[in-house]
Design a protein around this ligand. Structure first.
Ligand code: MLT
Length: 280
């Protein structure tokens, strides 16, 4: 599915018309392909859509998406990612969906919940956090953005091929390290820099979670070093109607390290969203 200037929506699975679709938002610095493993394990009746976020994979750049959604081309923001995805879904005729994202994708899912609440039939937050960056984290992102732009290469983020995995899988899953390295290597320095600058300015969204009464799922790998278990527990505590899944022997990329419990949690979230009354 392509709409000029908006994020490209990949249809990972075509389900039965009329059922609520699932929208899966990818992490940094990869693209929609990270969702293939989970999609294989999801119920066949659901349409599964996975956008490439601005600049990643096959999508237009952050500034181009910003322009399409009426935002400032020169101000990277997670809200531009969320508004772009919402506009692409609207163009595709999707008015309501279960929206789930991992890490950066979770930041985007929360932006969509805040800015397009009618779209969200259920919320999935995987290996992510609702807090804003502190000064050190923000400075590190801006430094990384400067480095990749100066290098015109993404070498500065290749370390994530292992840091996103749990201590167990870093050693025992060289196949996963290789796949993630391939996905990172396919992204461009402009996308990486734009996304880092966007994430650096994202707001604290804990109050949003506390006010959301719809069905929610929180997933975290027990070995996640980037968005640790205590952060996931806090999000699950804030969300009035949430399931919390802590995935053993998995790090930040639960979607690929342990796709089965992630798919089970998402399947249950879809069923809960079907049963839930629309959120006022
Ligand atoms: C991700 O996996 O998307 C990143 O760890 C997000 C971040 O840098 O905060």
């Amino acid at each position: 599915m392509t709409t000029d200037g908006l994020p490209v929506l990949h249809t990972l699975r075509r389900g039965i018309p009329g059922t609520t679709p699932l929208v899966l938002l990818h992490a940094f610095p990869v693209d929609h392909r990270m969702w293939w493993d989970v999609t294989d394990l999801l119920p066949g009746d659901r349409t599964v859509l996975a956008p490439d976020l601005p600049g990643f994979g096959t999508s237009p750049s952050g500034p181009d998406v910003a322009e399409m959604v009426g935002a400032d081309r020169d101000v990277p923001s997670v809200d531009v990612m969320g508004d772009g995805v919402a506009a692409a879904l609207d163009q595709a005729g999707v008015t309501r969906a279960v929206v789930a994202g991992l890490s950066m994708g979770g930041y985007v899912a929360m932006s969509i919940l805040e800015r397009h609440p009618d779209l969200v039939a259920g919320l999935g937050l995987l290996d992510t956090k609702a807090t804003a960056d502190d000064d050190d984290a923000r400075a590190a992102r801006l430094e990384m953005a400067r480095t990749v732009l100066a290098d015109q290469r993404v070498d500065a983020v290749f370390g994530m091929r292992t840091s996103v995995l749990g201590a167990t899988n870093r050693i025992s899953r060289p196949d996963l390290v290789e796949r993630i390295e391939g996905w990172i290597g396919d992204q461009g320095p402009n996308a990486v820099a734009w996304a880092q600058r966007a994430m650096a300015t994202r707001p604290d969204r804990r109050d949003l979670l506390a006010a959301y009464t719809g069905p929610a799922l929180v997933v975290v790998g027990e070995e996640d070093e980037l968005s640790p278990v205590r952060v996931a527990r806090q999000m699950a505590y804030l969300l009035p109607d949430s399931d919390l899944i802590i995935v053993p022997r998995s790090g930040h990329m639960t979607s690929n390290e342990s796709p089965q419990p992630v798919a089970s949690g998402l399947s249950r979230l879809l069923r809960r969203a079907d049963a839930a009354p629309p959120v006022a």
